[in-house]
Design a protein around this ligand. Structure first.
Ligand code: ATP
Length: 285
């Protein structure tokens, strides 16, 4: 039996701005998203019967229709009338509910993989449209690379990769719900908006220092206030000499960028002192 493997990398937001709350309840956002090489891995193969079976070594995620990879498999199967069975094994490495779009990336990897396994011949943009039905971050995860995301996050414009660097990620032991954070955000009262133009210009000029100086995430106003441990991790990373520090998505994961490898060990060891989940990754270019 043919087996298909797909990687599902974590995403980080270099910039996350919220422009306004829309009448449909969603928020109009402006984000710069990119991927790091901390990744889940999906293995997919055909099985007899018309069914989807999902397994994972991680004991703490749902394996039924609540799982985004399962939902992705069901969507593509139903939309293209595939009456075959599939077994998906999900090797989960990205921390869950962390602001790293782990579930969205798994869904995207399932769409890419099943398109290949079943020989459906769908284009990247067809897969992105399917992904948009599953969640706002899924189209970006289908496409990968680096992109500006607008609208709810599903309107994408690919841009060049930021300068290559190390990314140290630390997740405090709390769960943050993205819906909750957006619910608490008062978009019209935001006093500061990070500059998208500044970030785009820094990336275009391949200036690592300016990328670090342009990092910004308005959701920090909600999450840092409610969870002091996230602020503590930010301060710790700054003290340990990270070149740039930001919370990813709605949190609680904080990432620190470092150009030099020598800084990485210092950051990792310093953070491990009071945070169990610390990861070292490279920016994917
Ligand atoms: P985002 O940054 O897009 O908000 P996140 O990293 O904060 O995502 P996820 O790791 O995607 O959050 O998980 C959020 C919730 O989704 C969890 O409560 C989890 O139970 C559920 N979930 C569904 N499918 C998956 C999956 N494949 N991997 C992890 N969590 C999943």
């Amino acid at each position: 039996m043919t087996k298909i493997y797909e990687k599902a990398p974590a995403k980080i937001n270099l910039l996350l701005d919220v422009l306004r709350k829309r009448e449909d309840g969603y928020h109009d956002v402006q984000m710069v998203m990119t991927m790091v090489d901390l990744a889940d891995r999906l293995e997919m193969e055909e099985i007899p019967g018309d069914r989807i079976v999902l397994s994972s070594q991680a004991g703490f995620i749902p394996l039924d229709e609540k799982n985004l990879a399962f939902q992705a498999a069901r969507l593509i199967k139903e939309r293209y009338n595939v009456s075959k069975g599939v077994y998906i094994h999900l090797d989960k490495q990205i921390p869950v509910a962390a602001g790293l779009a782990g579930g969205s990336s798994d869904a995207a990897a399932a769409l890419r993989g099943l398109n290949r396994l079943w020989g459906l011949g769908l284009s990247g943009s067809e897969l992105e449209s399917l992904g948009a039905e599953l969640g706002s971050d899924v189209p970006f995860c289908v496409r990968g690379g680096t992109a500006v995301a607008r609208g709810r996050g599903e309107v994408l414009e690919s841009i060049p990769s930021p300068p290559q660097c190390w990314v140290v990620l630390a997740k405090p032991p709390i769960n943050v719900s993205t819906a909750d954070v957006y619910g608490k955000l008062k978009a019209s009262e935001l006093k500061f908006h990070p500059s998208l133009d500044g970030m785009l210009s820094a990336i275009r000029r391949d200036s690592f220092a300016d990328v670090c100086a342009s990092l910004g995430n308005v959701l920090e106003t909600v999450t840092l206030q409610r969870h002091p441990e996230v602020r503590q991790i930010k301060e710790c990373m700054e003290k340990l000499g990270a070149d740039g520090v930001l919370m990813s998505g709605s949190g609680p994961t904080v990432f620190g960028l470092a150009a030099k490898e020598t800084k990485v060990a210092r950051l990792y060891n310093g953070l491990r002192g009071f945070c169990k989940e610390v990861f070292v990754a490279r920016m994917l270019t």
